[in-house]
Structure formats: C-alpha cells, structure tokens
Design a protein around this ligand. Structure first.
Ligand SMILES: [Zn+2]
Length: 148
C-alpha cells in the first residue's frame, strides 16, 4: 500500500472504524513514515476541534441562560435594596417632619403625641427590618450563585 492509501484510512483510524488488521497495518506504516505521522497529528487536531465545537455549542447556550438568570436575580435584588433605602430615607425625613409638627403643636395632648411618635418609630423599625431582610437575601443569593 502507498502513503496515499494510508491517508484515506486516517479518518477511519481516528474514528475507530478500522478492522484490527487495518489498524495493525496502519500503525506499522506510521512507525516508518514521518510524513503520515505528521499528517495524522494534523487530522487528530482537526478532529479534536470539530468534536469540541459540537460539544461546546449547546453548553455555551446553557451558560448564557445561566448568567442571564443570575443577572436578573442580582438586578432584582439590587432594585429592592435601592427601593428600600429610598423608602427608609423618605420615611425618616417625613417622620422627623411629622415629629417636629407634633411636638411643636400645643393643641395635641401628651398621650396623642406619644401615640403618634410610637407609630412613626414602629414604621421606621419595620422599614429597617425589611431592608435588612432584602440585603440578607441579596447577599445570600449572590454568594450561592458565585459558588455554584
Ligand atoms: Zn506514509
């Protein structure tokens, strides 16, 4: 057999489609033919690349979906935190304004003043608690995603 015949066998050799006898002949020829050995190496590289392409493609799409999901979650978490912070700032600002009004107003009785102040304090505590919860879930979510 000539080198040309063996070159036709290379793809079959790499795909494990040769008979034992053909494999033996091919290996024997390779041992004494640097040209075919070099060409086989090229074929093997080409095959590795094409195999990789067919393997990587669906996996690539998976990763895109995965990172899309992570991004959405982070974005939503971040949105919640910004919203909570803004709500707390407004509540504190509004709260101080209302407290000022209440304390200054001589027509409001002491008991009512105390009741209104307690109400405002309760709302502030609730807002802080919501923010803490948001930050907790957000950081936990982010942590889990990075580790996975
Ligand atoms: Zn050869």
């Amino acid at each position: 057999m000539t080198c040309h015949d063996y070159k036709d066998m290379m793809m079959g050799y790499l795909d494990n489609e040769l008979t034992d006898e053909q494999r033996g002949q091919f290996a024997e020829h390779l041992a004494g033919c640097p040209e075919c050995t070099g060409e086989l190496a090229q074929f093997r590289k080409l095959k590795a690349i094409t195999d990789e392409v067919t393997l990587v493609e669906p996996e690539d799409r998976l990763w895109q979906d995965y990172w899309g999901g992570v991004y959405n979650r982070i974005e939503r978490g971040f949105g919640w935190i910004v919203f909570s912070v803004a709500a707390i700032l407004l509540a504190i600002y509004g709260g101080f304004k209302v407290i000022e009004e209440i304390v200054k107003d001589p027509t409001i009785g002491m008991l009512l003043k105390a009741g209104l102040l307690a109400l405002i304090l309760g709302l502030a505590v609730l807002f802080v608690s919501v923010l803490r919860e948001r930050v907790y879930f957000w950081s936990k979510d982010r942590y889990r995603n990075v580790r996975r």
